[in-house]
Design a protein. Structure first.
Length: 473
């Protein structure tokens, strides 16, 4: 009897609105969040083995992305920002479908997994950027070296620093992590604006080796560092096609200055998850494609970030990349199967491996891959500060019926697959792209330049004749 009375008193004292919000947050969490973060908030969801990084464990109350000093919990707005914006480069999407009330309810529910952590309201750091200047970037470059950022993020900021490959480079959950590649802003999980970068430098990322520099660097120094890191970012060019211009002399090596003057196409890469062995967590997320052609040959360069080169000398497969084309340019919209073609639609594959192997294959499916008797491709490769560049060269047409003929003015389908040997990727287990198109820009015919003035002259002459006849009459 007494327990029933106590329960009634408790229910009377607790605001009904609070219960409604808690039920709402719990419902949303279990419907949309529990599959990854675990229904107990411990990160042990169904998707854990298929994601990298693994989903956040809320029970520890440790949050990477905050506007609060290191070691302190995030504010409600920090959690809301992560929900609304998601985490680029991970499986955490931006959640736009929820109303503001639903996000607030979800935030309160998430905090209940570690209630002791959120007993007090933390202090928020101030973020007021100074005006941009080249002097700040120059100062930031020096700080980047003096503060030993290069030890993790590498000299060019591609995440290839030596510390990132030590065995103990893990987070507080014991999971293997990698230093951020600053040149890919689309993969920067805490945001890529200069304000976001300053926030990360100032607060650090709790639970990771990324420490806070709030005490070791002044505000001005941290802003200089943020502006320098911002200057490293590349512009991503997405699309469905790439135009290859004609040149008199094609570049032969990856370091030819001509490459950096050409248009490029960025290919988002995803894991090959159709055939065993599948690759759910590829680390190669982008391959950049450039190309030119001459009267006799086509030259294509593939470029991607690999934070540690592997030539297959330590028991792992060598790093590799391949580009494939249909053996015949399709007349309609039908193309070969995206992964190494099919019986009806074979593909021509150019394959480079970091152990020095360069080979040309014909494929009619991933189980029907054969090296061609005639090898007509050449390749030159370069690895520098976390960046691979591989240049393929081949004649526009060969005497091999398995080779595609490059014709000007036609859309030629192509796709790319890349393997990181350090991640035990090889052949089938790799990162893949969708089909894209390249076109060899046709040479402008002489008539394009000759015909307009000829037509103008004829029109002018006819006008004079007509004028004379009208004058006589």
């Amino acid at each position: 009897m007494w327990s029933a009375i106590v329960l009634i008193l408790v229910l009377t004292l607790v605001p009904a609105k609070g219960f409604a919000q808690n039920e709402k947050g719990e419902r949303i969490y279990k419907q949309w969040c529990g599959q990854c973060h675990g229904y107990e908030g411990d990160g042990e969801g169904y998707t854990k083995r298929y994601t990298f990084p693994t989903p956040r464990d809320f029970t520890m109350g440790v949050y990477k992305f905050r506007t609060t000093p290191t070691g302190e919990p995030p504010t409600d707005q920090d959690i809301i920002r992560s929900i609304r914006k998601g985490n680029p480069g991970t499986t955490m999407p931006p959640w736009k479908r929820f109303s503001d009330d639903e996000v607030k309810a979800l935030t309160e529910y998430i905090k209940e997994f570690a209630p002791d952590v959120f007993e007090f309201e933390p202090e928020v750091i101030k973020i007021t950027p100074p005006p941009f200047s080249e002097e700040l970037i120059k100062e930031g470059r020096e700080i980047f070296k003096k503060a030993k950022c290069v030890e993790c993020h590498g000299l060019e900021g591609r995440g290839d620093g030596k510390k990132g490959w030590e065995e103990n480079f893990k987070d507080d959950w014991g999971e293997r992590i990698y230093p951020r590649n600053y040149t890919y802003p689309w993969d920067m999980r805490n945001g890529a604006t200069v304000e976001d970068i300053f926030r990360t430098i100032t607060t650090g990322l709790n639970g990771t080796p990324m420490t806070s520099y709030q005490d070791s660097l002044t505000d001005k120094q941290r802003w200089a560092l943020a502006y320098f890191i911002k200057s490293l970012q590349l512009e991503r060019h997405l699309g469905i096609s790439l135009i290859l211009k004609r040149v008199e002399k094609a570049p032969e090596t990856p370091d030819d200055p001509l490459w950096d003057t050409l248009e490029y196409l960025d290919l988002p890469m995803g894991g090959q998850v159709i055939f065993e062995p599948r690759d759910f967590t590829p680390v190669i997320t982008n391959v950049r494609v450039r190309g030119v052609y001459t009267e006799e040959s086509v030259v294509i360069m593939l470029e991607w970030v690999d934070k540690k080169p592997d030539r297959g000398e330590e028991g792992n497969p060598p790093d590799a990349i391949r580009i494939q084309f249909p053996e015949k340019i399709p007349g309609g919209v039908e193309k070969p199967y995206f992964f190494l073609g099919d019986e009806r639609h074979p593909v021509n594959v150019w394959w480079w491996k970091a152990d020095g192997t360069v080979a040309e294959y014909s494929a009619k499916g991933y189980r029907n891959l054969q090296m061609q008797d005639r090898q007509n491709i050449k390749a030159e490769a370069e690895y520098s500060y976390g960046l691979y560049r591989v240049v393929f060269k081949r004649s526009l047409a060969t005497d091999d019926e398995n080779d595609m003929v490059f014709e000007t003015g036609r859309f030629i389908p192509f796709s790319v697959a890349a393997s990181d040997g350090r991640e035990d990727e090889d052949d089938v287990r790799c990162a893949v792209s969708a089909w894209y198109y390249m076109m060899l820009e046709p040479s402008t015919p002489v008539k394009v330049y000759v015909m307009p003035p000829v037509v103008a002259f004829l029109v002018f002459g006819l006008g004079l004749v007509l004028h004379k006849r009208l004058s006589k009459s």
